[in-house]
Design a protein around this ligand. Structure first.
Ligand SMILES: Cc1cc2nc3c(=O)[nH]c(=O)nc-3n(C[C@H](O)[C@H](O)[C@H](O)COP(=O)(O)OP(=O)(O)OC[C@H]3O[C@@H](n4cnc5c(N)ncnc54)[C@H](O)[C@@H]3O)c2cc1C
Length: 439
């Protein structure tokens, strides 16, 4: 049964997240953006309120919330500040490889610690010389008996400077591509880890983004999330579950930009009327709302599919690239409606624009999502329509004289010929008789 209703529990979770976001995230967002600093206190509050690490499964003592619930919470946080939302959500990204891993002993140990100590977990595939091409990882994991030694640099790591654990993807052989990649849960207190200076960014300045260097960091084999050769697949499965959440970031940010524009359009007057009286502005608002709604539906569908235990890969990619690109268009129109004020740092739209530009880049760029969807379409999509050359032909050209005529279709140009035999040459494309197929 198809059902778009949220349950009472989901509605109350969303309401709690909304109240939290308006009370604790919105007021500090511009202050920390200006300071280019992560508000760790807000992360702690989010942890205390149960909005971080909420996806640790109930079997390990966690809340075990589904992706749909995570999308509801994320939309609210991102509506207040996409940067702080990134930092709140990042721990889920960091935990996902462990949730998906089959290392039961590690799950029991780490989930218990994370819950008890309120730990933050970050995620690291990217490096200074690779991002999209995960198979190009160079950070090395050298087998040293009962442990691995990690050496290399991870780059762009969200919360890298404030996390307690990190899911690190590294390779036993940089030349082996996918086949060499494994995943390791690293305690950030380990000897040999150096955290770089925060990377100065255009937006999402309330989130911490750093490079992290590993110099022969000892990781016990008990902390392997995926054996060498299995790490690439684990990274892809992780992204399939976290990309719907990037869709939720986009929905939240676009929704708040639309709401600010709606408010402004009703109050600002030009040529003797409120802006909202002008049809050009009304149409912009209608299209902004249409994009927010569409993006939310795609996001929820991908999250729902994952919660049903189905593979969400394609829906997740569609949700991510649609929602993040739609959000850019919505925020751009919001800036247009606010006119000069939209372009200032005194109203929120300028920050939203800087913040959401990142959504089309991290966790797989828009181009990578298109590659995933087109790759699947070309290899696995099951069409309902017959192939062009097998299109059924209408045979009753004249029901009186010839009720069931033989028909031939030219496979090159689609021309249909009626008669006992095909023509020697196609009269439109001039291909010879062999091009004709009996339909
Ligand atoms: C603020 C921020 C936070 C981040 N947080 C994290 C994090 O926590 N953990 C982590 O591991 N990473 C993180 N990243 C890294 C992020 O995931 C990468 O930046 C992203 O995957 C793109 O990789 P890249 O920057 O190396 O670009 P590249 O892979 O070099 O790509 C450059 C351009 O080429 C395009 N391109 C590449 N290959 C193809 C192709 N085959 N066909 C068509 N176009 C292609 C890309 O789409 C892009 O437009 C973060 C990045 C930023 C900026």
């Amino acid at each position: 049964m198809l059902n778009f209703h949220l349950t009472d529990d989901q509605l109350s979770l969303r309401e709690r997240a909304r109240q939290f976001a308006v009370a604790h995230v919105l007021p500090v967002a511009w202050y920390y953006d200006e300071k280019d600093e992560i508000p760790v206190k807000v992360l702690d509050k989010a942890m205390d309120a149960g909005f971080m690490n909420a996806d640790i499964p109930a079997a390990y003592g966690g809340q075990g919330v589904g992706l749909l619930e995570a999308a509801l919470v994320t939309e609210e946080m991102a509506a207040a500040c996409p940067g702080i939302a990134t930092s709140i959500f990042d721990s889920s990204l960091g935990l996902e490889p462990l949730i998906l891993s089959d290392n039961e002993a590690l799950k029991k140990k780490i989930f218990a610690r994370v819950l008890l100590e309120g730990s933050r977990v970050s995620f690291a595939t990217s490096e200074p010389t690779m991002g999209s091409d995960v198979s190009g990882i160079r950070c090395e994991a050298r087998d040293a008996g009962d442990h691995y030694l990690l050496t290399g640099t991870k780059y762009w790591i969200t919360n890298g400077g404030v996390s307690h654990f990190m899911s690190v993807f590294a390779t036993v052989d940089p030349k082996a591509g996918h086949a060499g990649i494994g995943a390791f849960l690293v305690d950030m207190q380990c000897h040999g880890i150096t955290v770089g200076k925060p990377i100065p960014k255009m937006g999402q300045r309330c989130s911490n983004t750093v490079g992290v260097h590993f110099n022969q960091v000892k990781v016990p084999k008990t902390q392997v999330l995926a054996e060498p050769g299995q790490g690439f697949a684990l990274a892809m499965k992780t992204f399939a579950r976290t990309r719907p959440i990037i869709g939720a970031f986009a929905v939240g940010a676009a929704r708040s930009a639309m709401e600010f524009a709606l408010d402004y359009a009703k109050k600002r007057r030009a040529f003797g009327s409120p802006l909202s009286d002008f049809q050009a502005i009304q149409f912009k608002l209608a299209e902004m709302y249409q994009k927010v709604e569409t993006a939310r539906l795609l996001t929820w569908k991908a999250a729902w599919k994952a919660d049903q235990g189905q593979d969400p890969t394609i829906d997740a990619s569609i949700a991510k690239f649609y929602a993040t690109e739609a959000a850019w268009e919505v925020v751009d129109e919001a800036m247009q409606i606010l006119g000069g004020y939209g372009y200032t740092k005194m109203f929120p739209v300028e920050k939203l624009m800087r913040d959401i530009r990142l959504l089309r880049i991290y966790e797989g760029t828009s181009e990578i999502q298109r590659l995933i969807v087109s790759g699947w379409l070309l290899s696995s999509y099951k069409p309902a329509m017959p192939p062009l050359e097998d299109l059924p032909l209408h045979r009753e050209v004249d029901p009186e004289t010839s009720p069931d005529q033989t028909a031939w279709r030219c496979r090159v140009c689609g021309y249909v010929h009626y008669g006992e035999a095909p023509p020697e040459v196609c009269p439109t494309c001039f291909f010879p008789v062999a091009a004709f197929k009996n339909g």
